[in-house]
Design a protein around this ligand. Structure first.
Ligand code: 2M8
Ligand code: MG
Ligand code: MG
Length: 274
């Protein structure tokens, strides 16, 4: 197995950002030596302290599939298209943040309505919108490839902003609370690229075997990830519902909100395969 997971609202509780409810399954994943790949909207700056808390050593994917961070030496072969950055080989799929900021301003003019991205919001405003602590809001503001934004207006305005984004050859998606403006990257493409590294590594070690994949998410931005795995899992949102925008064939609807559903679904899948 390789396990790919979203963070906010999936492994992490959507209010407290705690992974406490998933501890049992996390232990089992570790005991079995299953790589746990974190696939988030979050920035590298946000993910590093979280990885320290999780004692996480596996690769991770930041800002909605914009970049894959592979700890150096993780694979027994050189990573193609990677550039070295501190202790990582980084494969970039996203656009530089300043380009997205420019596009957001162009669209703001086109729709004649203010659109507020994280680049426009103060740390205090980000804390209010997301419930993050001051420190975490500061880290969330350190964006490199993805601009979360708010649209305040009728559904027709929301749709027009999406249309303007597509017209410019970019992507929009939605997390638990926010819309995101990105390049033509998504969580699924980034995860597929990393999966090819794992396949190559397994081939080098023990001959051809098939790797089974699990993918867990809660929102629209996870749909591309759930589409590329063998075991797609959708967890419940804070209100107990499932995001109606996520429709993936064969998808398992986990019984539980966020990390509670995560814990149950992972233990169930591993149980059935032991
Ligand atoms: C934003 O991402 C969440 C992911 O579901 C959202 O769209 O609601 C990002 O800005 C991320 O960097 C931040 O940590 C998170 C906090 O809720 O919000
Ligand atoms: Mg999420
Ligand atoms: Mg996310």
């Amino acid at each position: 197995f390789v396990l790919f997971t979203d963070l906010d609202g999936s492994l992490l509780d959507g209010m407290t950002y705690s992974f406490h409810a998933a501890i049992q399954a996390l232990r089992e994943v570790r005991a079995r030596g299953i790589p746990l790949v974190l696939v988030s909207s979050k920035t590298r700056a946000e993910m590093e302290p979280l990885r320290a808390r999780l004692d996480h050593r596996d690769p991770f994917i930041v800002e909605n599939g914009a970049a894959v961070f592979i700890p150096q030496g993780r694979f027994d072969f050189p990573i193609e298209r990677a550039r070295k950055r501190s202790a990582y080989d980084v494969i970039e799929l996203g656009l530089p943040y300043h380009m997205l900021r420019d596009v957001l301003k162009q669209i703001e003019e086109a729709v004649e309505t203010p659109l507020r991205g994280f680049g426009d919001l103060s740390v205090g405003e980000i804390m209010r919108v997301t419930g993050l602590s001051k420190t975490d809001a500061e880290l969330a503001k350190q964006r490199e490839y993805d601009e979360p934004y708010l649209v305040e207006g009728p559904p027709s305005l929301v749709a027009e902003v999406c249309r303007q984004i597509i017209m410019r050859g970019l992507h929009w998606t939605k997390g638990g609370r926010l819309f995101h403006l990105t390049g033509r990257n998504d969580k699924g493409q980034a995860a597929a690229l990393l999966l090819r590294c794992y396949q190559r590594q397994f081939r080098l070690q023990e001959g051809p075997i098939r790797i089974e994949t699990i993918g867990i998410g809660d929102s629209l931005n996870d749909a591309p990830l759930l589409t590329m795995v063998d075991h797609p899992v959708l967890v419940q949102r804070l209100d107990g519902t499932y995001d109606p925008d996520v429709r993936v064939p064969g998808m398992i609807r986990a019984d539980g909100i966020g990390p509670v559903g995560w814990n149950r679904a992972v233990l169930d899948i591993l149980d059935r395969h032991s």
